[in-house]
Design a protein around this ligand. Structure first.
Ligand code: MLC
Ligand code: AMP
Length: 492
């Protein structure tokens, strides 16, 4: 991301980040990230793509460390504080991370992993402040690994190069007309592209200000909305749903003041999951904005967006972004006619390099002629793409998080009382989908609360099933495979 970092000198005295009740300029970010890089290098010329993981709250230190890793020639691996130790260990070991940089607030969470032999755990405060020479990092080198759930159980590390990230940022900055006068509120988790690329990196590329607020809290978000200082906001549909719920509880005068402040925004964006038309319409009544819906994926950043200036069509994701090649193909790999459903396949500089250490999964994700298979099904209707579904029932989207049913099943099967299980996504107006688990157990079914506590030690909170049912058998087809569509009906 040398291009992103080099741009910082243009904006030196402008505010780059607001966090912990403080403003930080681009010059401060430049200096601190150089110090972090120098410390990580520890006398070497280049980290040579060593993976450096970090667990830091959203804010200045997070960005300084992310940039510091990039400037030292390392690969940035952001960890998520909502993950229990086994999930964190999985990422640290899978990436062979040489170091984990952590904030003292997360010491307790990480302590069970301090014994890991090949990783040094470094408190943020131990990073020194000297500044030395930094390597030149070519754009084709690996920059970041983010973990994403797939149809194969354990999450896979998605490797993006510096050039991939630049392409992802550049197209959004142009399409959504970012400028140095923008100020965005970032309330999204910083281990996924939505919060990292669309919000944080686009703001910093533009010389704009990125203000952090975590954890998500509707009251605090509305207070910031009413400040009149923000110009851009981006969130997942669940967050808009929650904000609408909060708005409805406000006294009329506060509603009016909030709506007036919202009208002054330049842009409000929704993505990461399908935006229900009802949410779009209610938010329009509240804010005066037709949410700009776009479509993306960890493996490619954003691929399709409704127009900034022209019609934003409810229930549709828009057109391919500049620089992104897109086609819809049927099961035989033939391009489908307009109006017909097909899998979205994408090509372009935005598309990731590989799944970390999984050459087979990488090969399977691309067609022979180099198109990335997204697994999402869409149709082109009167010039706008519309998402129709996914070609795997085992991928669940809940609260904007992508979740593998198979991963949860694998964990459930390790429970002493559970003999067999099937996990599905159930439609839900607030979360998009909520996770349901159907189980066959030995003896008395476990208490759902106790089961949830047991799962919480093994999975992040957003991957927990919210509905449990117990059966004597699971619906299966003639091949013996659990029929998930039929299983969903068992939850009705
Ligand atoms: C939490 N809860 C859930 C849930 N998650 N219930 C059902 N389904 C879920 N998925 C419950 C908790 O048990 C708890 O209940 C209550 O909600 C609050 O939990 P929380 O963890 O404090 O939730 P909150 O902080 O409010 O989080 C909600 C959220 C969060 C929407 C802010 O999920 C979020 O940040 N989502 C964004 C994910 C994201 O950035 N995705 C982008 C991926 S990139 P109780 O009963 O205890 O109160 C991508 C590509 C692209 O997709 O295109 O962008
Ligand atoms: P992730 O792997 O977390 O990056 O999630 C990417 C997935 O989110 C895509 O493959 C889609 O299934 C889904 N997604 C993102 N944006 C949208 C959208 N606007 N409408 C429907 N689904 C979306």
């Amino acid at each position: 991301m040398s291009e992103l970092i080099a741009r910082a000198s243009r904006f030196a005295d402008r505010t780059a980040i607001v966090s912990d009740d403080r403003s930080y300029t681009y010059a401060e970010l430049d200096r601190r990230s150089r110090q972090v890089a120098t410390d990580l290098l520890d006398g070497r010329a280049d980290l040579g793509e060593a993976r450096v993981a970090f667990l830091l709250p959203p804010g200045f230190a997070y960005v300084a460390v992310q940039w510091g890793i990039w400037r030292a020639g390392g690969v940035a691996v952001p960890l998520c504080e909502k993950h229990p130790p086994p999930s964190l260990q999985y990422v640290i070991e899978d990436t062979d991370a040489v170091a984990v940089i952590y904030a003292s607030t997360f010491r307790k969470l990480l302590e069970p992993l301090f014994y890991l032999p090949d990783t040094s755990f470094r408190p943020l405060r131990s990073l020194r402040t000297m500044e030395g020479a930094l390597p030149t990092v070519e754009a084709g080198r690996r920059a970041m690994i983010l973990y994403t759930s797939g149809t194969t159980g354990r999450p896979k590390g998605v490797v993006t190069t510096h050039a991939n990230l630049s392409a992802q940022i550049r197209t959004l900055v142009a399409a959504w007309q970012w400028s140095a006068d923008d100020r965005i509120l970032n309330i999204l988790p910083l281990h996924h592209v939505h919060g990292i690329v669309n919000v944080l990196c686009c703001a910093l590329w533009s010389g704009a200000c990125c203000e952090f607020l975590a954890p998500f809290d509707a009251q605090r978000v509305f207070a910031r909305f009413r400040s009149g200082e923000l110009t851009v906001f981006m969130a997942v549909p669940t967050i808009y749903y929650k904000l609408i719920g909060y708005y409805r509880e406000l006294p009329a005068a506060e509603q009016e003041a909030t709506s007036a402040a919202l009208r002054d925004f330049r842009l409000m964006v929704s993505g990461s999951a399908a935006l229900p038309v009802s949410t779009l319409e209610t938010w329009r009544e509240i804010s005066g904005h037709t949410l700009l819906e776009r479509y993306g994926m960890t493996e490619m950043g954003m691929a399709v967006s409704n127009p900034y200036a022209d019609e934003r069509r409810p229930g549709h994701i828009g057109q391919p972004l500049p620089g992104v090649d897109l086609r819809l193909v049927d099961e035989e790999g033939e391009t489908v006619a307009d109006g017909q459903p097909g899998e979205i396949q994408v090509r372009g500089d935005n598309v990731f390099l590989e799944y970390w250490d999984r050459p087979d999964a990488t090969a399977a994700a691309f067609t022979e002629d180099g198109w990335f298979r997204t697994g999402d099904i869409a149709a082109l209707e009167e010039g706008y793409y519309r998402i129709l579904g996914r070609n795997s029932v085992d991928i669940i989207k809940s609260g904007g998080y992508k979740i593998s049913a198979l991963e949860i099943e694998e964990v459930l099967r390790t429970h002493p009382a559970i003999r067999e299980c099937g996990v599905v996504g159930l439609p839900d107006p607030e979360w998009g989908e909520v996770i349901g688990a159907c189980m066959i157990v030995e003896g008395t079914p476990p208490d759902p609360d106790a089961l949830t506590d047991w799962l919480r030690e093994r999975l992040p909170g957003y991957k927990l099933p919210r509905r449990f049912i117990f059966r004597d058998e699971l619906p299966r087809n003639v091949m013996g495979k659990v029929t998930k569509q039929e299983l969903k009906e068992h939850f009705a």
